[in-house]
Design a protein around this ligand. Structure first.
Ligand code: CTP
Length: 429
């Protein structure tokens, strides 16, 4: 245990410089009501950590020593907005008309057991709430009550762990109770350049088999968050070091060549994304490709990845990769962008690139595909259905065929204007 003298830390300056004005105003309104109703109220969790780190974070989580939902209802009455109460968890979500959202949780104090008693001032409820959390760096609070507004409450040395760049659990069974925290530990390590302390690392290693008992959607959620951050390859290596990968994938089916493939995928995906004028809005889909690559050597790899999908978008990416693998397409180093467009027009960037890696295409083909993906974002609509009607072509499936052909011809520089496109159609249809 650490016996360093406690220093009083005020985060008022950080609050003022890092949080938007409308959130600060709300925090002050919360403080006012808290004082009036005699409730101790705190900002907790990731936002406290990020304020100390000087990072932006607008996820406002508030803990009330007392009846959180009742407090939230009073807030809505005085300030406005709507309250949704989750009775079972003693929590409420306060939604303001501006779109801001604040989660309010009750700390389980004596107040609950003895409704007539005054709210405790010993912060036992807050302590209990914070102690149940994953890591010391996420288990700090900032008091909001007026005379103490901005004071850091650091019961488990989170502030020191931040300055020493340590990820530390609060109790030995933390990973056993919630094995997804192992993924979270790796995520925070990579995001902040921190490291688990020796004991936390050991606890992660010995708890790793509990991953088997964890529900796939919960794992998938934390995996997607981990793999969507900046360093997915390093994260996978770290997961392997802890022993997690063997419990995600059937034991022994994982080898280093997959990490290599994932590295290549990430390189080529980042390369293409960086050359897009409108970077894909679905970057978040890329993480599912890492799983496809990770599971690719298994007979039932796709089935297994499907168990880790979070939504239909994830499923669609997997379906596309499967379809590309099963399709009888012929790729050669002579493919033009136009000919690639014929085959790949309807597929997402990440599906195409994942397929490219899985097929281990020679460089020249991979380069063609990369070039095509960059070119295809800028295909203009030279003609539309009305133009075809004006050419007296009978509406039907032929329309999309012609429109697609013109796109391919544009990529192959055979047409570059509406007039040229119409001429081309007149000659061929
Ligand atoms: N938490 C936890 N155990 C988990 C998940 C969350 O103890 N398995 C706690 C942590 O205290 C965390 C808080 O709940 O700070 C909120 O979790 P989350 O929404 O995942 O946000 P952050 O930790 O803030 O992560 P991020 O910065 O990525 O949003």
């Amino acid at each position: 245990k650490n016996n360093a003298p406690k220093i009083k830390v005020s985060l008022i300056e950080k609050i003022n410089s890092l949080l938007p004005r409308d959130i600060i105003d709300l925090l002050i309104k919360i403080a006012n009501l808290a004082d009036k109703t005699n409730y101790p109220v705190f900002l907790v969790g990731g936002i406290v950590r990020d304020l100390i780190l000087g990072r932006r974070n607008e996820d406002v989580d508030v803990v009330v020593e007392g009846d959180g939902p009742a407090f939230a209802s009073k807030l809505a009455k005085e300030v406005g907005g709507d309250i949704r109460v989750h009775e079972k968890f003693g929590t409420a979500t306060w939604r303001l008309h501006s779109g801001l959202k604040i989660d309010i949780t009750s700390a389980r104090t004596e107040y609950y057991d003895f409704p007539a008693a005054l709210p405790t001032v010993h912060l036992s409820g807050l302590r209990e709430d914070l102690y149940r959390r994953d890591f010391t760096i996420n288990a700090m609070a900032i008091q909001l009550n007026k005379d103490k507004f901005g004071d850091l409450i650091d019961l488990f040395h989170g502030y020191q762990d931040i300055s020493q760049k340590k990820i530390r659990t609060l109790y030995n069974l933390s990973f056993v109770e919630d094995p997804t925290r192992i993924l979270r530990a790796v995520r925070f390590e990579q995001r902040f350049g921190f490291e688990m302390d020796e004991q936390t690392f050991d606890l992660a290693q010995i708890s790793v088999d509990k991953i088997r008992l964890t529900s796939k959607p919960r794992l998938a959620y934390e995996l997607s968050r981990l793999l969507s951050e900046k360093h997915p390859v390093e994260s996978l290596k770290r997961l392997d070091e802890i022993g997690v990968l063997n419990f995600l994938i059937t034991v022994n089916s994982y080898d280093n060549s997959m990490i290599k493939q994932i590295k290549n995928f990430k390189l080529i995906f980042d390369n293409v994304s960086s050359q897009l004028t409108n970077p894909p809005t679905n970057v978040s889909q890329a993480w599912i490709c890492y799983l496809v690559l990770l599971f690719s050597k298994l007979d039932n790899g796709f089935e297994q990845v499907n168990m880790f999908t979070l939504n239909n978008e994830n499923k669609k990416t997997i379906e596309e990769i499967k379809a590309l693998l099963e399709g009888k397409y012929h790729f050669s180093k002579n493919n033009t962008s136009g000919s690639l467009h014929h085959t790949l027009k309807n597929y997402r960037i990440e599906s195409i690139l994942c397929f490219t890696i899985l097929k281990q295409f020679p460089n020249k083909i991979a380069e063609n595909i990369t070039r095509y993906l960059i070119e295809r974002q800028a295909i203009p609509k030279l003609i539309n259905g009305n133009d075809l009607k004006a050419l007296n072509i009978n509406p039907g499936p032929i329309y999309s065929k012609i429109l697609q052909q013109i796109e391919c011809d544009y990529l192959d520089k055979k047409v570059s204007s509406k007039e040229e496109a119409i001429l081309m159609i007149k000659e061929n249809y």
